[in-house]
Write a protein that binds this ligand. Structure first.
Ligand code: IPE
Ligand code: IPE
Ligand code: MG
Length: 233
């Protein structure tokens, strides 16, 4: 091994704790979501500076529709608002915005803005910024299975055959998955893709997650021994 620091090619972050961040300040939950979304632009810049090629965030799960309607509609309008406001700065960083998840249930206006942002940034090549919105790992696997069956594949199918039907088949599996705010679970994020991911958990709420925390996560990752079932190299 060289002395060069190991950097994940794909870092994924479960953006958790916006509600608790707001509560601790006696603010409404939506203010926490607003603070959380604001953080994303900084993180795109920091992640790019580290030379990471893929950055994915879990912004809204297929289960988050179960929240009170006010929170869900508030979140959808915040997504649209920040997308419109930040897309130019994100593009200027050389980042391509990609959405990952089911397209049903998302309000038409937001869906149009998502398509526009993807199209507007599609030629950027430094970083893929992947926003998992209305994403669920089980939904992705089921959608891939249905799409694979519809393609009338040759049997038996292989893992690679199925992978081709995932939402973003060209994106490599996450090397490092970070979850903020103390919960020690995946909550239906990257289920298939996380088979050999490394994890980093922190008690910090997402709106307070900054450069120092990112470096702690990356340092921890750099010291891991990834064996993939084999033996130590
Ligand atoms: C994460 O923050 C953002 C979304 C799930 C949309 P939460 O809203 O889950 O914050 P907590 O977990 O209630 O603190
Ligand atoms: C996971 O957070 C989903 C996102 C961050 C988008 P949740 O807050 O929804 O997860 P649970 O309910 O604590 O498992
Ligand atoms: Mg939460």
């Amino acid at each position: 091994m060289t002395d060069e620091k190991r950097i994940p090619r794909h870092i994924a972050i479960i953006l958790d704790g916006n509600g608790r961040w707001a509560k601790s300040r006696n603010l409404p939950r939506l203010m926490g979501h607003r603070a959380g979304l604001r953080k994303l632009e900084d993180m795109v810049r920091l992640v790019k500076r580290e030379g990471i090629r893929y950055f994915s965030v879990y912004a809204f799960s297929t289960e988050n529709w179960n929240r009170p309607i006010m929170e869900v509609t508030g979140l959808m309008s915040l997504f649209g608002y920040y997308l419109r406001r930040k897309v130019d700065e994100i593009k200027a960083e050389g980042a391509r915005i990609r959405f990952c998840g089911r397209k049903d249930r998302i309000p038409d206006e937001l869906l149009r803005q998502m398509k526009w942002a993807e199209d507007y940034t599609k030629d950027e090549k430094i970083l893929d910024f992947i926003i998992c919105l209305n994403y669920g790992g089980r939904a992705e696997i089921i959608d891939a299975v249905n799409s694979l069956i519809a393609s009338k594949p040759q049997l038996p199918v292989t893992e690679e055959d199925l992978r081709k039907h995932f939402y973003l088949p060209d994106v490599p599996d996450p090397d490092l998955i970070v979850r903020t705010s103390g919960e020690l679970r995946l909550s239906n994020f990257w289920l298939w893709e996380s088979a050999y991911s490394e994890y980093y958990f922190t008690d910090i709420h997402w709106p307070d997650f900054g450069e120092e925390e990112l470096h702690k996560a990356l340092d921890s990752y750099a010291g891991r021994d990834r064996r993939y079932g084999g033996l130590k190299k």
